[in-house]
Ligand binder design. Structure first.
Ligand code: NAP
Length: 283
């Protein structure tokens, strides 16, 4: 019987993980199916308990269950503990471990797809929600020199700036807009959009979190928004002559890290990226 893998969320129909994870399993001739499971919040405990059965290798976890699944696991790794969120569960003979591959996926996408080395760099992070927390953790662990976090709600940016602060990294919070933002963008080596601005069906789908005039040609702009593939921010960055990286890359690399935990094999990243890009372009 094929092994089972999958993703839980509520709702889950929008997820393209089943498409690119199944493409990877098939490419590697692994006898497993990857399914989407729509699980309501009150059913999460029972669903996770059922994962202990033989033949279930593990699952990905998405909104709104990333925090609440922790209660039902036997062990949680260092990245997931720091993020306060789990996106991957591994079942080893009934023992469930929780992991968070977002930070590693983000760093690997930057390095492998854009040749960007975070150590010693100056980074402007736009947004201070769940995605920004993972990005800030990853960049401070990768020894970025400075992390400026710009957010509409300044208090949330201040909390993340404290998290960023370490022996190697200086953290600082500013409002999303105004002169401080333009200055931070002008001095950055990397700008990462972690807001939902520019996301299809989001609060401001035609908008950009940064005025086009503030984007220097020397910067790398990484928009974590992957729907659409080409966001207004990426279009403005390309017009400014800046290097661009879309959110689909982080999405695929965090999934590739999950794949490697479940199968103990290298993930076929190019195959996954092609399947994911095709699926998003068709939406
Ligand atoms: P979240 O926790 O809800 O955070 C949303 C952020 O956007 C907050 O900083 C919020 O500011 C800001 N925001 C929302 N509407 C705004 C508006 N109209 N004006 C200014 N700021 C606004 O969301 P999340 O989970 O961090 O996700 C953020 C984005 O990243 C989503 O598009 C998601 O799809 C994407 N993402 C991509 C990946 C990937 O693998 N590529 C992974 C995770 C997330 P306030 O704090 O002021 O509310």
């Amino acid at each position: 019987m094929p092994a089972t893998l999958g993703i839980i969320g509520y709702p889950i129909a929008h997820s393209i993980s089943p498409i690119f994870q199944q493409a990877a399993l098939d490419h590697c001739s692994i006898d497993a199916t990857y399914q989407a499971f729509e699980v309501a919040p009150e059913q999460v405990g029972r669903f996770v308990g059922d994962l202990r059965r033989e033949g279930l290798w593990g699952i990905n976890v998405t909104v709104p269950h990333k925090e609440t699944v922790i209660l039902h696991l036997d062990q949680v790794d260092d990245w997931a503990t720091a993020a306060g969120a789990v996106n991957t569960i591994v079942n080893r003979e009934g023992y469930l471990t929780g992991h968070n591959t977002d930070g590693l996926g983000f760093l690997r996408a930057l390095q492998d797809e854009a040749g960007f080395v975070p150590e010693g760099s100056r980074v402007l992070v736009l947004g201070a929600g769940g995605a920004a927390r993972g990005v800030v953790l990853a960049l401070s662990r990768a020894k970025a020199a400075s992390l400026i976090i710009a957010n509409r709600t300044l208090e949330r940016a201040q909390l993340l700036a404290e998290l960023a602060q370490s022996a190697d990294t200086e953290g600082c919070a500013i409002p999303l807009g105004g002169r401080d933002l333009a200055k931070a963008a002008g001095e950055a080596d990397l700008i990462v959009n972690c807001t939902t601005i520019g996301m299809s069906h989001g609060p401001d789908e035609a908008g950009s979190p940064l005025p086009a005039a503030s984007i220097p040609s020397t910067v790398l702009v990484n928009d974590l928004v992957y729907n659409p593939l080409e966001t207004p921010l990426l279009e403005a960055a390309a017009r400014a002559g800046a290097a661009c990286l879309g959110g689909i890359h982080m999405l695929v690399y965090q999934g590739a890290a999950s794949f490697e935990m479940w199968t103990a094999q290298d993930a076929p990243v190019a195959v996954m990226l092609e399947a994911a890009t095709k699926a998003m372009a068709a939406r």
